[in-house]
Design a protein around this ligand. Sequence first.
Ligand SMILES: [Zn+2]
Ligand SMILES: [Zn+2]
Length: 372
Amino acid sequence: MVEIDYYQVLEIEKNADKQLIKKAYRKLAMQYHPDKNPGDKEAEEKFKTINEAYQVLSDDEKRSIYDRYGKAGLEGHGGFSRGGGFDDLGSIFEEMFGSAFGGGARSRQKKKSYTYNIDNAINITVEFNEAVFGCKKTINYKYKKACSTCSGTGAKDGKMSACPHCGGHGQIHMRQGFMTFAQTCPHCSGSGEIISSKCTKCAGKGYEEVSDEFEINIPEGIDNGNRMRVSGKGNIAPDGTRGDLYVQIKVKEDKHFVRYDNDIYIEVPLFFTQVALGDTIQIPGLRGELELKIPQATKDKEQFRFKGEGVKSVQGYGKGDLIVQINIKYPTSLNSEQEELLKKLQESFGIESKPHESIFESMFEKAKKWFS
Ligand SMILES: [Zn+2]
Ligand SMILES: [Zn+2]
């Protein structure tokens, strides 16, 4: 039987330092982890060998014995484990990879035994202008507080029993191939306790709801999707701690103004003669009328920017712009008089009124040659 070379297993040189050994192990262990290769016996074998090699080579003492006497030197030395007692192997893995593969040491903390979150969240909708300029809003909402009968446990007379699935530990051990992982018990969510008979007052929920209202200042410039934290307005835990209330803002759209960040867009329809002649018009801004000068030969979709006429930043610095986009309108029908006038106008421009002709003339000539 050929003895396995631990250095070859980890694909490293004999003089590799600890850093390199760890790196090599991480890479290979991830690659051959049973979770990634379900049902693959070969990968499982390989994974065991990788772990065995790492156990020896990552330990200075074991490594020097191995270097001098080979694997035989480690036997009877209590040197390494394989097959049995893989709990410590699991912990090597967990230590290196955290809880990536389900329930690591970090989640071992027992959860507080009450049934609800102390932070609370609500949604409110405000008008477009309320968001732009800020406003006061009365918030009607409900918060939770511990059921007085069961002190928030949800259990009759507040009496909990040990969870039979995890024996009260809050954790269960899962075997994955030869590996053992600690996992939060799904039956008691890690508390180790379950309700054997429900509190009759709250039907096992553990809390009662209280209606309340308060006034909130919505700051100028708030935008759709912003969230405000109101401290001390959340739910109340059995021990009296009060969480926060998160207010999620939804802003209604306006018919004419479109907001993008702190900029405001507005479309201005103009008749084709207005852009041909040039014009000066009044347009609505957020804070009153604005004068828009339309130069001759303004194009469709052309934009004009009014600096600082947008929304004030909710963070308190600067203002956005108001951006006007031109939408040129043409007559949809002409009476005979208008048609007459337009024809006269066109003629008065002579060749300039038919810009396509001078361009296409040369192209017609060229195309003729292609087909002759
Ligand atoms: Zn109760
Ligand atoms: Zn349990």
